[in-house]
Design a protein around this ligand. Structure first.
Ligand code: CA
Length: 221
């Protein structure tokens, strides 16, 4: 899973980065609200750990701006021990959970696991590949901000390619994803769907890896 850690206090940030990385996640860290807001806006994360007391732009404003822009990744806020008003304001602003400082790293990891599980159940992930955004909850795809009309098979296919972007997926794997119940599936139809998707997506987005399958790449990079 991909996690964003936002904490301005260097020692705590370092501890968070180490603990979350040791739990097997990839992560990025931000030390101020402006950088955090930017990363959450342009990158895709499975969860965010967000300190509220931040320089340049406070954590509550960061969270409100993300939510106003439709960014719906799970967010765990870190609050000062005594400030119950902060917790209320944080939940009102769209936080999914909170933890008061100081906290035990084990508790933070447990809450993070719970958030990631919930995110998975609700299927609320957003995936990005260059200008392409896919929102699984709204079943919506945009390219450079413009909505893209896809059939349900095309959507399922693109979901898997985006979820595992950069990886080569075989035709068998893709067809199992599209027809999970069908024992008589025909992997040749995948070629047809890939062809249709290619016409709708920016050129070079889907690469053919000869003899192996297909791979989604950031064609604009
Ligand atoms: Ca702080």
């Amino acid at each position: 899973m991909r996690i964003l850690v936002v904490e301005d206090e260097p020692t705590l940030r370092q501890q968070l980065v180490q603990a979350i990385a040791a739990a097997g996640h990839t992560l990025e860290a931000a030390a101020d609200g402006v950088q955090a807001h930017y990363l959450g806006e342009v990158e895709s994360y499975d969860a965010v750990v967000l300190d509220l007391g931040l320089p340049q732009l406070d954590g509550l404003s960061v969270l409100r701006r993300w939510r106003a822009a439709g960014r719906n990744m799970p967010v765990l806020i870190l609050t000062a021990r005594s400030a119950w008003q902060e917790k209320v304001a944080g939940m009102d602003a769209g936080a999914d959970d909170y933890l008061a400082k100081p906290f035990h790293m084990e508790e933070l990891l447990a809450r993070l696991r719970a958030l990631l599980r919930r995110g998975g159940e609700h299927g609320s992930a957003q995936w990005q590949c260059g200008p392409i955004w896919l929102d699984t909850r709204q079943a919506r795809v945009t390219v450079a901000g413009q909505p893209l009309q896809l059939t349900s098979h095309e959507f399922k296919l693109l979901s898997l390619l985006m979820q595992r972007k950069g990886e080569v997926l075989s035709r068998t794997e893709l067809s199992e994803h599209i027809y999970p119940q069908d024992s008589d599936r025909d992997s040749n139809t995948i070629e047809v769907f890939i062809g249709r998707l290619r016409k709708k997506l920016p050129g070079g987005s889907i690469e053919t890896v000869r003899g192996l399958g297909y791979r989604l790449v950031d064609g604009g990079a």
